[in-house]
Design a protein around this ligand. Structure first.
Ligand code: 2IT
Length: 449
């Protein structure tokens, strides 16, 4: 490996030993870009790699809120504005009790490359809080969001930094966050947040976009292999917004998702999550706050496997759509043993690096990386920003067509980038390189920063 590259990775390992998720994503991304560094010696002169692994700005803030009993609680809020070279910082907020700087940093770093890969003018950021939404009342969620935004509003804006949702932050939270932003600023700047409700500037298809985009990407992969999506079975994990969108688009195209998972285990539905009733029930399960996928098994009379993940199930396609590090080495071996040809990451960093490398080495297996596969979500957020600044609303078909086109382009850019550096058909390296090239050029042209 290129010596400069190696030294940057070593530095990150030394400096961030207590943030393993961040080290993991830096190693994953940078291990792809050696050929680019070799071809562009000026990148080392400009020390681009050390600059890229250091967020432009990151800050924490105190978020104090009162529960329904009048008790005070104190959480930490985060916003890491990682890289703004190609557009305003853009990325979600995650509210989850395990949030700490290493999680926000890994998500922020991934977001930079993902956003660049969309071809749209959006920089990368991430934020959130260690606030645990489980079991909180609506009023508690509202007070928390108001307090969070009171601390954050000075540092964001439609041309500065545009947060959105992630785990634990959906349209309800975005609504409360935006209400507080508007109250504090006294302006209707709704381009400051994406994932909004339709009544105040949200975009049609944004809720579905991550899952829809993932399935459009899968279609590109299947087409490359001369196969059709019709009749394919998909083993997915998770049962949140992303898995929901995957189920919905897969069903529309004649494929079926046969597994879903939660912290309590997984369900196997041999008929697939294909009817409107089943697909809509996922939304109910999510908003109930139970966080249990067993509810699905109880309602539809399918099998439930407590405490297990769905990676032993035989299917045509695997789509991990839950969270980071969902598939480890043991599970990757199981997936290979089951002769699964398509490994399509959907959640952010769902695979450990050793498992990912193992899967990539399998002959005949196609591995697609999440930063390309799930980029339809943030891309549609950028379409929401465009609609807000144009002060108009696009039709559902308009947004869906744009999304579809963007996903095809992301796929093609990834394939082309890998070919450009003689790496063959490598969707993982291609995605990293295509994103990297765009950011590197923008940083180079903008001078020292
Ligand atoms: O991981 C992601 O890309 C998101 N959570 C969506 C970010 C966004 O700004 O829509």
């Amino acid at each position: 490996m290129n010596a400069y590259l190696q030294s940057v990775i070593e530095n990150v390992k030394k400096k961030h030993g207590n943030e393993p998720e961040f080290v993991q994503t830096v190693e994953e991304v940078l291990s792809s870009v050696g050929p680019v560094i070799d071809r562009h010696p000026e990148y080392e002169k400009l020390d681009l790699l050390n600059r890229m692994v250091e967020p432009e700005r990151m800050f924490t803030f105190r978020v104090v809120w009162m529960d329904d009993e009048g008790k005070y609680h104190t959480n930490i809020g985060y916003r890491f504005q990682f890289n703004g070279a190609i557009g305003p910082y853009k990325g979600g907020l995650r509210f989850q009790k395990n949030v700490y700087p290493g999680i926000i940093k890994f998500l922020g770093f991934e977001q930079v490359f993902k956003n660049a890969l969309t071809g749209l003018p959006i920089g990368g950021a991430k934020g959130g809080s260690d606030f645990d939404p489980a079991g909180k009342s609506d009023a508690e969620i509202m007070r928390f969001c108001q307090s969070f935004m009171t601390a954050l509003y000075r540092y964001i804006g439609p041309d500065v930094d545009v947060p959105a949702g992630d785990m634990g932050v959906g349209s309800r939270e975005i609504g409360y966050l935006y209400g507080q932003y508007r109250r504090l600023k006294g302006t209707f700047e709704n381009g400051v947040l994406t994932g909004k409700g339709m009544s105040y500037g949200g975009s049609l298809i944004r809720p579905e976009a991550t899952g829809y985009g993932a399935v459009y990407y899968l279609q590109n992969v299947l087409e490359h292999e001369g196969e059709s999506i019709k009749g394919k079975t998909i083993a997915a994990s998770g049962f949140g917004n992303v898995a929901w969108g995957v189920c919905k688009k897969a069903a529309q195209l004649g494929a079926k998702v046969v597994t879903l998972s939660g912290p309590d285990g997984y369900i196997y539905d041999k008929d697939g999550v294909v009817t409107d009733e089943k697909i809509n029930y996922l939304l109910e399960m999510r908003s109930s706050g139970h966080d249990k996928v067993k509810d699905y098994a109880d309602k539809f009379g399918v099998e439930f496997f407590p405490g297990k993940k769905p990676w032993t199930v035989k299917a045509d396609v695997v789509m991990p759509s839950a969270m980071q590090n969902d598939v480890h080495m043991e599970e990757a071996k199981q997936i290979v043993a089951n002769n699964i040809k398509y490994y399509i990451e959907v959640a952010n960093m769902p695979t450990t690096n050793d498992a990912l490398n193992f899967l990539r080495q399998q002959k005949g297996m196609i591995v697609a990386p999440s930063k390309a596969v799930n980029a339809g979500g943030v891309a549609t957020s950028a379409l929401e920003m465009a609609q807000n600044s144009e002060r108009l609303v696009w039709t559902k078909d308009d947004v869906d067509e744009h999304l579809h086109h963007i996903m095809n382009t992301i796929y093609k850019m990834s394939v082309d980038a890998a070919e450009k550096y003689d790496l063959g058909y490598d969707l993982v390296a291609g995605a990293n390189i295509a994103g990297f090239e765009r950011i590197a050029e923008a940083m180079k042209e903008q001078g020292i920063f």
